[in-house]
Design a protein around this ligand. Structure first.
Ligand code: NAP
Length: 334
């Protein structure tokens, strides 16, 4: 439960009433939860797509259908499903529309299933639906060792694209090189933008950008004509109410682009947030079916970078915030 904003300690383990399914809904007994950077931001009070507190955070989980509401096929009872929700997944029971409880992957572990949905969907929507990725595109990916990043690297590699993977740590970049053939650039090293120029001398055609600030600006400057940069996050932005300097930094580092400058460079800046797609079920399920078919065809697998007990969920937040995590952090409820 999240009653107030603050550090990981504000995540409170508490008893709440079991959810009851309404018509068209299912209740899922959660086996594992996927932790997202967006939940770190929500906990800090920096996330727009969060409900009013108090609420149970958590956007994705995998578990077993335990109850069905009226109008839902009872044959669904006992099935393992992936659940994507705005909030409520940091729990041992979650309720959601039956149509959004999606079949799990039989050949993935429970943890891998918990790690798949948000990260792969975000990477796919950004690269394929928005940037219209082609095999000849030179692709840049920021926070490439993270949950979204490792998904994006695998998707772009399966398309056959040359990839420049960027992250803030050499050890993390070494882990990305185990996933696919990539050129790597550490954006916390001196002369990041010179190193990016050297890694992509003819520019980048597509960039998936989730950091903001100098990383965003350097990637934008490296876009080749007809290039598309998709903003899907700004993990580097932080501010606190009591520190006006931090507001100014957040303003300075927010990704922006003037249309006239885009025209001169013949590039496009796009942005996406998959949360807002949740009510558009038809579009969402269409994209999901293309993504899951592609995942199976190319044998992609989410990278699980750590598994925590439910009681240690604040530790998973702490680790993610430390920037040391690789891939997806998963929390087991049992
Ligand atoms: N648009 C959408 O629908 C959508 C959906 C899911 C996620 N996202 C966004 O995608 C990004 C990645 O999400 P994720 O859940 O996969 O997390 P993640 O990449 O596993 O973890 C966040 C990463 O962000 C990087 N980072 C850069 N500056 C940071 C800072 N000041 N503090 C902390 N981390 C910083 C770190 O990697 P380095 O140290 O390598 O820089 C860190 O490991 C986030 O910005 C998230 O908000 C967007």
């Amino acid at each position: 439960m999240l009653r107030r904003t603050g550090g990981p300690h504000v995540l409170e383990l508490t008893d709440v009433a079991d959810p009851v399914p309404e018509a068209g809904e299912v209740v899922v007994r959660v086996e594992a939860i996927g932790v997202n950077y967006a939940e770190v931001l929500s906990r800090k009070g920096l996330y727009g797509w969060a409900p009013a507190r108090p609420y149970v955070p958590g956007m994705e989980a995998v578990g077993i259908v335990e109850e069905v509401g009226s109008g839902v096929d009872p044959d669904r009872l006992g099935a393992r499903v992936l659940c994507g929700v705005q909030y409520g997944a940091y729990a041992d029971r979650v309720v959601l529309p039956a149509s959004r409880a999606l079949p799990s992957f039989d050949d993935f572990s429970v943890e891998e299933n918990a790690a798949f949905g948000v990260n792969f969907m975000t990477a796919w929507v950004a690269l394929v639906e928005m940037a219209r990725l082609r095999s000849t595109d030179r692709v840049g990916i920021t926070a490439a060792a993270g949950g979204v990043g490792t998904a994006a690297v695998q998707i772009a590699a399966a398309f056959g694209c040359p990839i420049v993977a960027m992250a803030g740590d050499d050890g993390k970049l070494a882990r990305v090189r185990e996933l696919a053939e990539v050129t790597t650039v550490n954006y916390r090293s001196p002369d990041f933008s010179g190193r990016l120029d050297a890694a992509a001398p003819e520019g980048l055609d597509v960039v998936l950008e989730v950091v903001g600030g100098e990383v965003y600006r350097a990637c934008l400057a490296r876009l080749a004509p007809f290039g598309r940069l998709v903003v899907a996050g700004y993990a580097g932005l932080d501010y606190t109410l009591w520190n006006p300097l931090s507001w100014w930094r957040a303003w300075r580092d927010a990704p922006r682009m003037r249309t006239m400058d885009a025209a001169v460079a013949s590039v496009g800046v796009l942005a996406t947030h998959i949360g807002y797609l949740l009510p558009d079920e038809e579009r969402l399920l269409g994209v999901w079916s293309k993504l899951t078919a592609f995942t199976r065809e190319h044998g992609l697998r989410p990278v699980v970078g750590g598994v925590y007990d439910f009681a240690d969920l604040p530790e998973a937040h702490r680790f993610m915030e430390s920037r040391a995590s690789v891939g997806k952090l998963v929390v087991r409820t049992a």
